[in-house]
Design a protein around this ligand. Structure first.
Ligand code: PYC
Length: 326
């Protein structure tokens, strides 16, 4: 894809949400830290992000994962996640897909080594292959510290409509609310996406769309689970306008922070988060000494495809068609 090198990828999905891991042939990124490399990807190599995940080679739902070196000797690798809109902070479903892909490629021998430490632009995470599920693809991710930034924020959506919710960090920035008044059903996607986008616009109007300089660009609508075995269902609108098919690892982490803050979930207790398509992440937390929670999120991933990119010089869309979220 870059001159003289072939870009190879492996696709997987984690509880329905796809990840495209770039296995070789990505751009040489400048920077000492993974956050600096992510900034370099965004500023100098955005064409690579777009070519990898945007149409016609990808689609709005796809999350890319570019493996990079980590300056932290305790880490096995670094990763930069990205989607149709840009670079992400962390990605829970993507980390589960990444580990599953490393096993698929034989780069991680699940019979002798079960845990990896992964450096991301927003901190180090670790992932463990579930020993009780040998031969199955379950992976548990210990995510970055997650916390509530603002609690019980009322947003005016116009037309006399308001929602009250929390702004929380789970590796990405989220606004979470329960009083959205919408059915959390796959047949109601248009209305769910519309109100989520209105919430994003209201956050921007109110100047509430950042946590410590990082964007609050995910909206999580929460409601009752459909399956009695689960604790809640969610609908998550991602920054580029696509909805998460999985229960969203960073969104589940943000939800745990909100539950912990309200005393609604004890440390170590299991929270089963159901997605809009009915898939499930099992999650729990430990209290973080500096406040907030240290979440773990467990889910399954499956390999769906592998191959290499072809970029023909004559193709006007070889670097992807820029996504237009709304
Ligand atoms: O699982 O954290 C996640 C995620 C973020 C965006 C899409 N999935």
């Amino acid at each position: 894809m870059t001159s003289g090198s072939e870009t190879r990828f492996v696709d997987s999905h984690t509880e329905g949400e796809p990840t495209r891991m770039i296995v070789s042939g990505g751009p040489a990124l400048a920077g000492g830290t993974v956050a600096e490399m992510a900034a370099d990807l965004a500023s100098r190599h955005d064409w690579f992000r777009s070519a990898s995940v945007n149409e016609p080679r990808g689609n709005d739902v796809l999350v890319g994962a570019l493996l990079v070196r980590s300056p932290d000797p305790s880490c096995d690798c670094g990763v930069i996640f990205f989607n149709n809109a840009g670079v992400l902070g962390m990605c829970g479903h993507g980390t589960i897909g990444l580990v599953r892909t490393l096993v698929h490629l034989g780069r991680l021998d699940a019979s002798s080594r079960r845990s990896v430490r992964i450096d991301t632009p927003v901190g180090v995470v670790s992932a463990t292959i579930d020993p009780a599920a040998a031969g199955s693809p379950a992976v548990e991710v210990s995510n970055v510290r997650s916390y509530v930034h603002l609690q019980d924020i009322r947003l005016d959506l116009g037309g006399g409509r308001t929602v009250v919710g929390d702004v929380a960090w789970g590796g990405n920035g989220f606004f979470l609310c329960e009083d959205h008044g919408e059915r959390l059903e796959i047949g109601n996607l248009e209305a769910l996406s519309r109100i989520s986008w209105e919430i994003r616009e209201a956050l921007a109007r109110e100047g509430l769309d950042a946590i410590d300089g990082r964007p609050v660009d995910h909206v999580e609508l929460v409601g009752p689970a459909h399956d009695a075995a689960n604790h809640a269902r969610n609908f998550v609108l991602c920054p580029g306008g696509a909805y998460d098919r999985s229960p969203c690892g960073t969104g589940t982490s943000a939800k745990l922070a909100c539950l912990a803050r309200r005393g609604k979930l004890a440390p170590g207790a299991t929270w089963r988060q159901e997605s809009i398509i009915g898939s499930v992440f099992e999650a729990r937390y430990a209290s973080a000494p500096e406040g907030g929670v240290l979440p773990t999120v467990r889910g399954r991933a499956w390999i769906t495809a592998e191959g290499s990119f072809v970029l023909e010089d004559s193709d006007p869309f070889r670097h992807g068609i820029p996504a237009s979220p709304r």
